[in-house]
Design a binder for this molecule. Structure first.
Ligand code: SF4
Ligand code: SF4
Length: 260
């Protein structure tokens, strides 16, 4: 679950069939050691799940449990889980019994000790996004000494992480789409991208209380769905972010607003 340092990453090309031994359970001496002093990048879907689990608004969740930073290369806003300000810098959701939000834990926590990433290959004209995996081997983690056999695929199934991959794919692809001229986003755009990606309750107010639905041609059924469905709203948010970044014409402006 932590963002590994390069020394903890095993440089080996993995496939879904790659085998490994690992087991994590309450009996291991290191139980919950991995939930301290770590850097966990949260995806929009992680936040939808966690704020629902906690029964709080996205604004409250972001304010209480996260901090924001900007990606060095793209200047896109990113969100990380904030550790407690205690000696151990513990995750706010860990207890001696384990993770208190286990069934809604973030994708990075589900994958651990496997890491997952996405990179761009191919040419500028025909880019191909390739998902890849790696092992995170940190000295404190004793799970590798346990005797349980996995492949990357069976681990993913066991941790129910494929749904997260499906939900996160579009957002991860957006993170790869950097301005080809290396220009930084202005603060207004960064704020809009932050809201449309991570702050669903604020984004919903923006959609329904601004001129958004007057300007953009959004299907009636979708409008009904996004009134209550955070996942549908998150997907609209991805389209809005792509529109803002001028990556694709993901939203149609109504005829009356088109320049003649
Ligand atoms: S969210 Fe749960 S699994 Fe992830 S670091 Fe926190 S306590 Fe550990
Ligand atoms: S075995 Fe690894 S993943 Fe499991 S509790 Fe220990 S450090 Fe965390």
């Amino acid at each position: 679950m932590p963002l590994p340092s390069m020394k903890d990453v095993e440089p080996r090309e993995l496939t879904l069939e790659t085998e490994f031994k690992f087991r994590c359970h309450k009996g291991v001496k290191c139980f919950t050691k991995c939930c301290r002093s770590i850097s966990i990048l949260l995806t929009p879907y992680d936040i939808v799940r966690m704020k629902k689990r906690l029964g709080i608004s996205s604004e409250e969740f972001l304010d209480k449990y996260t901090y924001m930073e900007f990606d060095e290369k793209s200047s896109h806003p990113l969100v990380r889980l904030k550790m407690l300000d205690d000696n151990e810098k513990k995750c706010p959701f860990v207890t001696p019994e384990g993770c208190t939000i286990y069934t809604d834990r973030p994708a990075n926590c589900r994958y651990y000790p496997v890491g997952q990433g996405i990179m761009r290959k191919g040419t500028n004209d025909e880019p191909v996004n390739v998902e890849f995996y790696f092992f995170i081997k940190e000295p404190h983690c004793l799970g590798y000494q346990e005797d349980a056999d996995w492949t990357i695929k069976s681990w993913k199934d066991d941790q129910e992480v494929s749904l997260y991959d499906d939900m996160n794919r579009e957002w991860k692809e957006i993170q790869l789409r950097r301005d080809p001229f290396g220009k930084n986003l202005d603060s207004n755009k960064q704020a809009q991208i932050y809201t449309a990606s991570f702050d669903m309750d604020r984004f919903r107010r923006f959609v329904f209380e601004s001129r958004f639905l007057d300007i953009f041609d959004i299907d009636k059924e979708e409008i009904e769905r996004i009134k209550t469905d955070d996942v549908a709203l998150m997907k609209l948010g991805f389209r809005y972010v792509k529109y803002l970044l001028m990556l694709e014409e993901t939203l149609k402006v109504k005829e009356k607003y088109k320049k003649k």
